[in-house]
Design a protein around this ligand. Structure first.
Ligand SMILES: [Mg+2]
Length: 312
């Protein structure tokens, strides 16, 4: 089998550019590193997404960011100049976890070691959650009292949580000893982009830690898990994954996710992964296409329009 070669969207012939544009109905786009970097939108983000929408592409935003609620997300889209984004156009692990719990664990109590924003989303969605706040210095007896399971829970939920503490993990472990209690996690990011030039450790290893000692296989509901993809396909009624184009800046997260879901993929070089990394990546991490930036789509549409006008 021939190795997959990732092609730059502006290096395709005009006919290939036209065929490419005709080959998808849905754009599924990551946010951080594609639309914006930390606090600032990338140049022409709004113009590009608005153009894609005006060309009839349905745009959905798929992020592992679990530290923002709908209101905060919509504010970011507005700041970036992207028109008329609605709450239902944005999906992240918090929303996927709510969907999963409502479907598979209806009415069941959940123990959360997730962050306060996620917990608020769960509560507002009617999920009965228990959390653990630790303010005192603990000795062994106090810890034992604190982590004693209170009542049966159907799942333990974990994702990025800057206030995560040992007592919370220890109580999660106690609950996971129950055979019916599932371990649910969000994204599998190994690192978190804090600002344009600062990265820190992700939280995936805390989920692995709980998984290792409870012998529970985590149910991952963030990129790059295919289960997250199944939820997205169900939510947006996606029946032909090949007619979707996934745009992301991370090979291990976005491109792996797009590939496992059967979407076409584009890597943009404005975030985590570099062109050099792309060129030596394993087959499943190699995108179908790449672009220097999201705004390259503007030039691509100009090329097509110019040629069509000349023909007319
Ligand atoms: Mg990203």
């Amino acid at each position: 089998m021939l190795a997959k070669i990732s092609r730059h969207i502006l290096e395709l012939s005009v006919q290939e550019q036209q065929d490419f544009v005709n080959s998808f109905d849905f754009i599924l786009s990551d946010c951080d590193g594609v639309l914006w970097l930390a606090l600032s939108p990338l140049p022409n983000t709004g113009r590009t997404i608005n153009l894609l929408k005006s060309e009839g592409k349905k745009c959905i935003f798929v992020t592992n960011n679990c530290y923002k609620n709908d209101e905060q997300f919509l504010e970011k889209f507005k700041l970036a100049g992207i028109d008329s984004v609605k709450s239902e156009d944005v999906i992240n692990p918090n929303k996927a976890i709510v969907m999963y719990l409502k479907k598979y664990k209806p009415e069941e109590r959940v123990f959360s070691v997730n962050n306060h924003v996620a917990n608020e989303v769960f509560r507002n969605s009617g999920i009965d959650i228990e959390t653990l706040d630790v303010t005192d210095n603990l000795d062994t007896a106090a810890l034992a009292r604190l982590i004693k399971p209170e009542q049966k829970v159907g799942a333990v939920v974990i994702d990025i949580n800057y206030n995560l503490n040992y007592a919370g993990l220890a109580k999660a472990y106690q609950y996971l000893l129950d055979k019916d209690c599932e371990l649910i996690m969000g994204g599998s990011d190994t690192h978190i982009l804090m600002s344009a030039n600062m990265t820190t450790l992700g939280f995936v290893d805390f989920a692995k830690y709980l998984s290792k000692y409870s012998h529970k296989q985590p149910i991952a509901l963030g990129k790059p898990s295919p289960r997250f993809g199944d939820i997205i396909k169900e939510m947006y009624n996606i029946t032909t994954p090949k007619r979707c184009l996934f745009i992301g800046d991370s090979l291990s997260n976005d491109i792996a996710f797009g590939t496992v879901c059967g979407f076409q993929t584009v890597l943009v070089l404005t975030g985590t992964s570099t062109k050099e990394e792309m060129l030596v990546a394993e087959e499943n991490l190699r995108p179908d296409y790449y672009a220097d930036r999201l705004a390259d789509f503007i030039e691509l549409f100009q090329n097509i329009k110019l040629t069509n006008n000349n023909i007319v």
